[in-house]
Design a protein around this ligand. Structure first.
Ligand SMILES: [Zn+2]
Length: 93
């Protein structure tokens, strides 16, 4: 984020995290929002609360969508989308 979500300060910095957290909330996408996603449905879009506190929007992969639930423990890994873009993704811990 470009600003602190609590006080809107721009005085922010990068910090290392342990890459663990839990599913705060989620939804299962059944209808592709773009033809490029046609082969990926159903998939999970989740808000994951990291153990350090921040929440990130990500996908939960490497499990059945039916197995995802609130409070589920997850690990964060980075998936290379292109040669220059990597996205944080979650999987069951
Ligand atoms: Zn702040």
């Amino acid at each position: 984020m470009p600003l602190c979500p609590q006080c809107h300060s721009a005085d922010i910095e990068w910090r290392a995290a342990v890459a663990g957290g839990s599913v705060y909330t989620y939804t299962v996408v059944h209808h592709p929002t773009h033809p490029a996603f046609r082969d990926q449905v159903p998939y999970v879009v989740a808000v994951v609360e990291l153990d350090e506190g921040p929440r990130i929007v990500t996908n939960v992969k490497h499990c059945r969508v039916e197995d995802v639930h609130g409070g589920m423990r997850v690990s964060i890994f980075f998936e290379e989308v292109t040669d220059s873009v990597s996205l944080p993704q979650a999987e069951p811990a």
